[in-house]
Design a protein around this ligand. Structure first.
Ligand SMILES: Nc1ncnc2c1ncn2[C@@H]1O[C@H](COP(=O)(O)OP(=O)(O)OP(=O)(O)O)[C@@H](O)[C@H]1O
Length: 262
């Protein structure tokens, strides 16, 4: 395993009496694809919100490149290089694809604009936007208003907006959600090539098991706020406790159905 780039140590989040994340410790290796899976309500999104800085933990710590960032707010973490996926609702629908990505690059820039230097920076952001739009195969649609993109195109646009400021870690929350199954392989191919060609670290919540098993280096399985198991895809696939959690869910719903008829 390579150097640890992002680390959670005994991270906990309570909402009133509910423990959504229960003392989770997790190491993400630099350059790896680390997936987080688990049944609904397991605490995956809450855990992501603790990594991105959207939530402050009840206790525990987050380290990025060895630095304690537990109290660093979300916008500063983005500046440091932790990119959190944009939701489709963050896209400006009437702006073009290019303008959306240019704004995403610009929004996280450290430059304070001086009028005379502004034009030069503007060109720089457009150049960056064109590079990332090429990475996500949207070069042909740069002048299309975002609202006119099909759902799969909007997901690629989100990814481009996330990549625009050149983060070293990408937190992807269900990147294939809502996509038609025939569009999934292309997006996964893009995510994989971004990781390999750009050397990015990717932490991903994903429900599609084919995707998770196919591209992850490591998988952490969450259940009821805890990490139940962690390992390579083949280790996780062979793990009995993991099988029981997923099968348990299935049996639970079968029993409910049976109960409904009884
Ligand atoms: N802001 C909040 N306030 C109160 N409870 C919350 C909040 N966010 C999440 N929870 C609760 O915390 C638990 C974990 O939720 P979370 O959304 O993190 O799970 P998840 O694994 O991401 O689920 P899913 O796969 O359905 O998205 C759930 O019981 C949820 O109801």
């Amino acid at each position: 395993m390579g150097d640890v780039i992002l680390q959670a140590v005994n991270l906990r989040k309570e909402f009133g009496g509910l423990i959504a994340v229960a003392d989770v410790s997790l190491d993400v290796a630099a350059g790896s694809m680390h997936s987080i899976i688990g049944p609904n309500g397991a605490g995956k999104t809450t855990f992501f919100n603790l990594l991105s800085g959207r939530y402050k933990p009840t206790r525990g710590s987050v380290y990025f490149k060895g630095e304690d960032i537990t109290l660093v707010p979300l916008y500063k973490r983005i500046h440091m290089g932790i990119g959190r996926s944009f939701q489709i609702t963050n896209i400006f629908p009437n702006l073009t694809v290019l303008e959306n990505v240019r704004l995403a690059a610009q929004a996280t820039s450290d430059h304070t604009f001086n009028f005379w230097r502004r034009a030069a920076h503007f060109d720089h952001f457009i150049e960056r936007a064109l590079v990332v739009l090429d990475m996500v195969s949207l070069s042909e649609q740069i002048h299309t208003p975002a609202t006119l993109l099909p759902h799969g195109g909007k997901r690629k646009l989100e990814l481009a907006m996330l990549l625009a400021p050149d983060p070293s870690v990408l937190l992807l929350d269900e990147p294939t959600a809502g996509m038609a199954s025939e569009q999934v392989p292309e997006l996964i191919e893009i995510i994989n090539s971004v990781r390999q060609r750009e050397g990015k670290t990717i932490v991903m919540i994903e429900h599609n098991m084919n995707v998770v098993m196919g591209i992850s280096d490591r998988i952490s399985v969450m259940n009821q706020g805890e990490v139940l198991a962690e390992g390579t895809p083949s280790e996780i696939a062979a793990n009995r406790t993991v099988q029981e959690v997923y099968l348990g869910e299935l049996y639970g719903s079968v029993e409910e159905m049976a109960g409904g008829h009884g």
